[in-house]
Unconditional design. Structure first.
Length: 262
């Protein structure tokens, strides 16, 4: 469901009714006559819908985390806010960038439209920028030939499945975050499709090495062995970017998570 399109349609529809009433309909009503319901309701809802539409389109947008691919940074059921202007102002619905304000940085947690199905929103961490060479071999990440340091942390307990994953502290572009590795999971994740710029990637039994094409980004989940990401379905084009995730505003299962993340 394209909620942005629905919200845009409601804004236009209620706005047209309010405008038509101001220009024509009110002139034909007796001064003491009440507004008919089909004018009263749209006029009442129009300011509220317009404010929500503008806030959601240009400032912040709420999302709910549906999977565990970003554990431990983000948990299933987290309601998060996404900054819509850090990476430039985009027209709603068509997602066309009209004002350049900034670019994704390595280490950012980014929401984007899934390249194979743009009606779906995905969330992963930015690992590779345009022009980077990303190597993920034997569960070790290297960027442009330099291995990313991963400091050992206490094992992470998955309470929903009662098992442990090895946990490491990683730093990308100045952003420190935790990642999870399952030692018994295979090192290699074969590609699902013949995605655009597939020729930029070399797969083998150890993992994958990719050269990020211009205008694209290489995304990975923090829960490395439970994340279908750029290793599997390819690069994210700039046109698919939604915004930068930065804040957990609610979680029904764990209110202690409220206010976390950055």
């Amino acid at each position: 469901m394209n909620f942005a399109l629905i919200l845009f349609s409601l804004t236009v529809a209620t706005g047209l009714v309010a405008l038509a009433d101001w220009l024509w309909f009110r002139k034909w009503r007796p001064a003491d006559a009440p507004e008919p319901w089909w004018i009263e309701y749209p006029k009442s809802f129009f300011p509220v819908i317009l404010i929500v539409f503008l806030l959601r389109s240009f400032l912040v947008e709420p999302f709910k985390i549906p999977s565990g691919s970003m554990i431990p940074t983000l948990a299933i059921g987290d309601f998060i806010l996404v900054n819509k202007f850090d990476y430039g102002i985009r027209l709603p619905v068509i997602n066309k960038k009209i004002i350049e304000l900034g670019e994704p940085k390595r280490g950012d947690v980014m929401v984007f439209r899934y390249p194979d199905d743009p009606s779906l929103d995905y969330i992963k961490r930015v690992v590779g920028l345009p022009g980077d060479q990303i190597s993920y071999l034997n569960k070790r990440l290297s960027i442009n030939g330099i291995e990313v340091v991963a400091d050992t942390m206490p094992d992470f307990l998955h309470r929903e499945r009662i098992h442990y994953s090895r946990q490491f502290k990683e730093k990308l572009g100045g952003v420190e975050h935790s990642i999870l590795i399952d030692e018994d999971a295979p090192a290699s994740m074969p590609p699902m499709t013949q995605f655009p710029f597939r020729e930029n990637c070399l797969y083998n039994s150890q993992g994958v090495v990719c050269k990020v094409p211009p205008g694209h980004y290489f995304m990975m989940g923090d829960n490395r062995d439970s994340s279908a990401d750029s290793r599997v379905w390819g690069f994210v084009p700039d046109a698919n970017i939604v915004g930068r995730a930065f804040f957990i505003w609610f979680n029904f299962s764990d209110i202690g998570r409220i206010g976390g993340f950055k």
